[in-house]
Design a protein around this ligand. Structure first.
Ligand SMILES: C[S@@+](CC[C@H](N)C(=O)[O-])C[C@H]1O[C@@H](n2cnc3c(N)ncnc32)[C@H](O)[C@@H]1O
Length: 267
């Protein structure tokens, strides 16, 4: 798929999810109980008790807060913040002397997130419409970048990670949960829109992920693989494939993995 097409397909899919029209995003198989799903990813009752009701859309594929070690006063950027789920949890951790900025390219998500912030008078959380490939932030302005199941959706991962490096202060760090590949996918899956928006088709090999981080300038890179993840919508149980492809769910599930990524900007 061409870059511009990818952005449009992703925006459309996540716009519908924000408006509850259809879709389940990635890392989920349409979890009806978003709170229980979040708990299964390691979010605590305390994390979940004080966030706006509609911020958790069960779109996560991990828990970046758990590995971010957020401290009072820090400035945090959430890439692809959705309805603000991780932003609101991060806001409590950095306190009123800190700040959380959520960036998302889907207008419907930003509207939802901003309404959520208003609902609970969260004054240290701000949402900005923008692409992670062109972050609307100044150089060296952020202590920590978090992200939950978004970089796999980027049409230009090299550029996104360079942008993350640019906005991080020297000494800053990233804490990301994402989907990566253990082996290459067949073309039929790579070209499938639903497989893309379900966080499969845009994912890259774990080693390539590491290389992209190294080339963007990061140090102390650690990528931890979680359980094998199969993330797709129920109506795309086998995205891009039909029996004739000879490609089934079990082979897809052994190709993808959830990852936790930490790294730092040392200069
Ligand atoms: C799977 S959802 C995750 C949302 C949120 N992180 C969460 O865990 O609830 C992916 C989000 O990333 C956004 N997104 C995808 N690609 C993006 C890009 N290139 N730039 C900015 N936002 C993007 C989508 O609009 C969507 O809200």
């Amino acid at each position: 798929m061409v870059k511009d097409d990818i952005q449009e397909v992703v925006k459309k899919a996540y716009g519908k999810i924000a408006q509850k029209e259809s879709g389940c995003g990635c890392g989920t198989t349409c979890h009806t109980d978003a709170k229980a799903f979040a708990k299964s990813l390691g979010y605590s009752e305390d994390d979940l008790s004080d966030i706006p009701r509609e911020s958790n859309l069960a779109l996560s594929c991990g828990n970046p807060i758990m590995i971010a070690d957020l401290k009072e006063g820090e400035t945090v950027l959430d890439l692809g913040s959705g309805a603000g789920f991780d932003c609101f949890i991060a806001a409590r951790k950095v306190g009123v002397s800190g700040k959380v900025i959520g960036v998302d390219m889907t207008p419907e998500m930003i509207i939802k997130a901003a309404n959520n912030a208003k609902e609970q008078k969260h004054e240290n959380v701000h949402f900005i419409l923008g692409e992670i490939e062109n972050l609307p932030l100044e150089d060296k302005s952020v202590d920590v970048v978090i992200s939950n199941c978004v970089i796999n959706l980027s049409s230009d991962k090299k550029r996104s990670l360079e942008e993350v490096f640019r906005v991080l202060k020297p000494g800053g760090r990233i804490a990301v949960s994402d989907i990566a590949l253990l082996k290459e996918l067949p073309d039929s899956i790579k070209k499938n829109h639903k497989a893309y928006t379900s966080c499969i088709a845009g994912a890259v090999l774990v080693n390539d992920y590491k290389q992209l981080l190294e080339r963007a300038g990061f140090n102390d890179i650690c990528i931890r693989e979680k359980e094998v993840s199969i993330c797709m919508e129920p109506d795309s149980q086998n995205p891009g494939s039909n029996p004739a492809d000879g490609y089934d769910n079990s082979s897809l599930s052994s190709s993808t993995v959830s990852i936790y990524v930490t790294a730092g900007r040392k200069d």
